[in-house]
Design a protein around this ligand. Sequence first.
Ligand code: PLP
Length: 381
Amino acid sequence: MKTIYLDNASTTPLDNGVLEAMLPYLKENYGNPSSQHSAGRVASEGVLRSRDKIANLLGCKPDEVFFVSGGTEAGNWALKGACSAAAGRGKHIIVSAIEHPALIESAKDMQKFGYEVSFIGSDGSGRINPADVENAIRADTVFCAVMHANNETGVIQPVEEIGGICKKLGVFYYCDCVQTAGVLPLPVNSCDALGISSHKFYGPKGFGALYIRDGAEISRLISGGKQERGLRGGTVNAASAVGCAVALENAFRGMDENNERISKLRDNFVKKVLSEIEGSHLIGSGDRLPSNANISFDGCNGENILFVLDLNGIAVSTGSACSAGASSVSHVLTAMGLSFDRVKSAVRFTFGKYNTEEEVEIVVSALKKAVAKLRENGRVC
Ligand code: PLP
């Protein structure tokens, strides 16, 4: 049975041409890009070309692109690196309460070193209010993170406005663009740093980039060799750099067409679910990513829906997890002020470029049966 994959916000398969572009760098061009011999130079040229390509797509200079292991490292580096560079100037951090754990947990790490953190909640639509960010900024604020679009709700944030506020008040602004790279133009001119992750746009896993604005004050996170202009030690993964650049190029080239096709699938799915399944509610409103549908189902547990769909060969995701008696619920949906029942019953469906209308029909039908059965059994944890 072929899986119907509706978890594209978690990860995506490799795009056409990506593996083919990477393979020579895993086989014949295996030299270390830092080596001075010709085998190293061939790999280094691949890295160089990829950096140029990515910079060109992001709209920045190649020297402003630093290769990292993905979105988690990008967020850790931005937050900890900016705080470290601003040592002595202040110990206050602002992080939106709907950020990915890469930022939330990094901020909590800094609390152990005496930093104070203001977590900014969102409104009921899932949007961060720029005025709340401005009001939270103090004389000792050194860092602010508000993501471009949320990974659970797909709600697009007013990042240009927030970036303007941070710039005006002299606060380092990091924008997590992991969910928007290849989907929306990125706010490279509105932030000091932004992060992207290759596996979210049909590139290889364990690879990404941190854009750091020329002149932005940031210290390194990973100490080691002189790679990445001395700011990020470790042998650069040439094959992944090449794959990431090809995937991002494909994503930019097909952006409008993919967004239109994916949003049509998603809209059709949402319309059917809301009209055919009583007690189902869409989470998040306003400007949203074309791929995201986060829906709660009265009287159900989202995780049980996930399991039943999985048995039917359908992959989805949920913000809540009940395992071994321990229950954790989505910090994002909670920050939106949703009731515990709604948070617990939410399921995230994220569409991608390989999904079809036929799959939408199959999923709606399986979902209707799953919800009806779970409600009949009263399976709510
Ligand atoms: N930021 C956001 C918004 C994400 O959705 C994710 C992954 O789900 C990450 C960061 C972490 O990225 P990575 O898996 O590349 O570490």
